[in-house]
Design a protein around this ligand. Structure first.
Ligand code: FAD
Length: 476
C-alpha cells in the first residue's frame, strides 16, 4: 500500500510500493509503517504528552542505513525527526505523519581503556555507556537518568553528576561520525571540521545525525559516595539556605542538587515516605569513597531527616537510582528552566513559595548546583554558551492525566516567568525545555552571542533546514 508522508511543504507526498521495495532491498534495519505489528511500540517515547504517530519509522542498523534514510528524506523533501534515546522533553522524539529516523537499533559502546576513550553509537543511552565503561573503571559525564539518550543530551550540553568534576557531556566529546543533510559521512574532531565540532558541543541536533560519539572518559568507581537525604518539605525554609551556604563552598568533586517533590507510594520506599511532600538533598562525590563520606556528611546534619539513604554505592546504581520514577511513556511532562547566577535570598523565597504550590505531586522543583569544571570553559569555546551561573532552577511539570495538562503547564510557565524577574536570573537550558517551537528570544537566552555563529554553521551544513524537528536554529 502506498505510504503517505508529510513533507517540508504543506503538501504531503506518497511513497510508492516500488520506491519502498527498492529502499528495503538495501536497508538493513526495520522499516515500520502504521500497519506493522511493531508500530505501536515504536510510537512510545519518554514524554507521554507527545506520543506522535509518524508516517514511517526507519529503525537504522548502522551508518549506511542512516545515509539511506537521509537520502530518502532529501529526495522526497520529507519532514524528518531523529530519535536517539527518545527522552526529548519538547516532543522532538517523534512526529505526526513524517519520517522518523530511529537510532534505537544503534546502541553499541566500545571502550579503549589505554586511551581513556569511549565510543557510543548514536542511539546509545547513558546506561549503555556506564555499563561498558565501568568494566574498566571509567566514566563519561552524562545525565541523572540512565535511560536518557547520549545523543540529545550531549548535543544539547549535558548536566548530571559529573559536570563539576569533568565538565558537561559536550565538553568531553572529542570526535563524532556524522551524516550530513546532503548524505555525506563526516568524521569530525578538533582538527578536522573544527567549526562543526564547536557547533555540536551544545548546538543540538541541527547539523546532522551523529552515528557515533567519541568521549574522553575519567577514572571513577566502581564505588562512589552517593548521598540522598530526605527531609520533610515543611523544614525546607531553613534547610534550603543551609544547603546553599554549604554548596557555595564545596570542591569540584561534589555535584549536588535540591529537589522539592511528593514521594510516590512505591512499595520499594519506606511507608513513612509514601505520599509525603519532601525536600531532597542529593550529592555525589567524584573521588575516593572515604573523602566523599567526609565531604558529603554535612547534608544529613542540616536538620532532622525523614530518611537518609546515603551510602557508598556502585556508580552504575547511583546513575540509575532515579530511573524508576520516570517510567517511559507514562508521565506527561512540561519542563522549563532558568539559570541563576547565585541562589540569592529572593530566589530562595521564590523557590520555597512556588514549591509549596506545586500543582501535581509528580511535579518537581529541581535546583542543581552548577560551576566547577563546567564553568571554566569559556562561553565562546563551545556552542553551549555562557556558563557563569552558579545554579539552575528547573521547574519540571510532570502529571498523569491529560485533563491536568493546561493547569500544570501554566503553573510551570508562571513560575519560570516570575523567576526571570530575579536580578540573578540569566539564560535558559534547552534540554530542560518543554517548548516544541523556540523563537529568537529563547535562542538568544540559550546561546547568547554564539547564536550568529551557529546560524552561519547551520546555513553551511543544512541550508534547507532538513533537521528542523529540534530546538531549531533556522539557516540564514
Ligand atoms: C527523565 C529525563 C531525565 C533527564 N535528565 C537529564 C539530565 O540529567 N541532564 C541533562 O542534561 N538532560 C536531561 N534530560 C533532558 C535530555 O537531555 C533531553 O531531553 C535530550 O534531548 C534527550 O536526548 P535523547 O537522545 O534521549 O532524546 P531524543 O528525543 O531521542 O532526541 C531529542 C533530539 O535530539 C537530537 N538527537 C538525538 N540523538 C541524536 C543523534 N544521534 N544525532 C543527531 N541528533 C540527535 C534530535 O534533534 C532529536 O530530535 C532529561 C530528560 C528526561 C525526560
Amino acid at each position: 500500500m502506498p505510504t503517505q508522508l508529510r513533507t517540508l511543504t504543506p503538501e504531503p507526498t506518497t511513497l510508492s510500493d516500488e520506491t519502498l521495495r527498492d529502499f528495503r532491498a538495501e536497508f538493513r534495519g526495520s522499516v515500520i509503517g502504521p500497519l506493522d505489528s511493531e508500530y505501536e511500540q515504536a510510537c512510545v517515547v519518554q514524554n507521554g504528552a507527545f506520543r506522535g504517530r509518524p508516517g514511517l519509522v526507519l529503525r537504522c542498523h548502522g551508518t549506511a542505513d542512516v545515509v539511506d534514510a537521509v537520502e530518502l528524506a532529501r529526495r522526497s523533501r520529507l519532514l524528518v525527526t531523529v530519535r536517539g534515546g527518545g527522552h526529548s522533553v519538547a516532543g522532538h522524539s517523534s512526529c505526526e505523519g513524517g519520517l522518523l529516523i530511529d537510532l534505537s537499533g544503534m546502541r553499541a559502546v566500545t571502550v579503549d581503556p589505554q586511551r581513556g576513550v569511549v565510543r557510543a553509537q548514536g542511539g546509545a543511552t547513558w546506561g549503555d555507556v556506564d555499563r561498558e565503561s565501568q568494566l574498566f573503571g571509567l566514566a563519561v559525564p552524562g545525565g541523572i537518568v540512565s535511560t536518557t539518550g547520549v545523543g540529545g543530551l550531549t548535543l544539547g550540553g549535558g548536566i548530571g553528576w559529573l559536570h563539576r568534576a569533568y565538565g558537561l557531556a559536550c565538553d568531553n566529546l572529542r570526535a563524532v561520525e556524522l551524516v550530513t543533510a546532503d548524505g555525506r559521512v563526516v568524521h569530525a574532531d578538533d582538527e578536522h571540521y573544527p567549526e562543526l565540532m564547536w557547533g555540536l558541543r551544545g548546538g543540538g541536533g541541527n547539523f546532522g545525525i551523529v552515528t557515533a560519539f567519541e568521549f574522553d572518559a575519567h577514572p571513577l568507581g566502581p564505588t562512589v559516595m552517593d548521598s540522598t537525604v530526605i527531609y520533610d518539605a515543611d523544614d525546607a525554609e531553613t534547610l534550603l539556605r543551609r544547603w546553599r551556604d554549604w554548596a557555595d563552598t564545596v570542591p569540584d568533586e561534589v555535584t549536588t542538587r535540591a529537589l522539592f517533590w511528593t514521594m510516590p507510594a512505591d512499595p520499594t520506599l519506606p511507608p513513612e515516605l509514601h505520599n509525603r511532600d519532601v525536600f531532597i538533598l542529593a550529592a555525589l562525590y567524584a573521588g575516593d569513597v572515604a573523602s566523599g563520606q567526609r565531604v558529603l556528611e554535612p547534608i544529613a546534619r542540616f536538620g532532622t531527616p525523614v530518611a537518609d539513604l546515603s551510602a557508598p554505592t556502585p556508580y552504575r546504581l547511583a546513575q540509575s537510582s532515579f530511573d524508576v520514577f520516570f517510567p517511559r511513556g507514562e508521565l506527561l511532562s512540561y519542563w522549563k528552566s532558568i539559570y541563576l547566577d547565585e541562589l540569592t535570598d529572593d530566589a530562595v523565597e521564590l523557590v520555597l513559595r512556588r514549591s509549596r504550590q506545586r500543582p501535581h505531586p509528580l511535579t518537581m522543583v529541581h535546583l542543581p548546583l552548577l560551576g566547577g569544571a563546567m564553568k571554566r570553559v569559556d562561553a565562546a569555546a563551545t556552542a553551549f554558551g555562557d556558563r557563569k551561573a552558579g545554579y539552575m532552577l528547573s521547574v519540571d511539570g510532570n502529571w498523569l492525566e491529560p485533563s491536568d495538562s493546561a493547569r500544570v503547564t501554566e503553573w510551570v510557565r508562571d513560575t519560570v516567568a516570575e523567576a526571570a524577574t530575579l536580578p540573578a536570573a540569566a539564560g535558559t537550558y534547552l534540554n530542560f525545555s518543554g517548548d516544541t517551537e523556540v523563537d529568537d528570544a529563547v535562542r538568544r537566552a540559550a546561546f547568547g552571542t554564539n547564536l550568529r555563529r551557529l546560524t552561519r554553521l547551520k546555513t553551511e551544513y543544512d541550508p534547507d533546514n532538513l533537521f528542523r524537528s529540534n530546538s531549531n536554529i533556522p539557516p540564514e
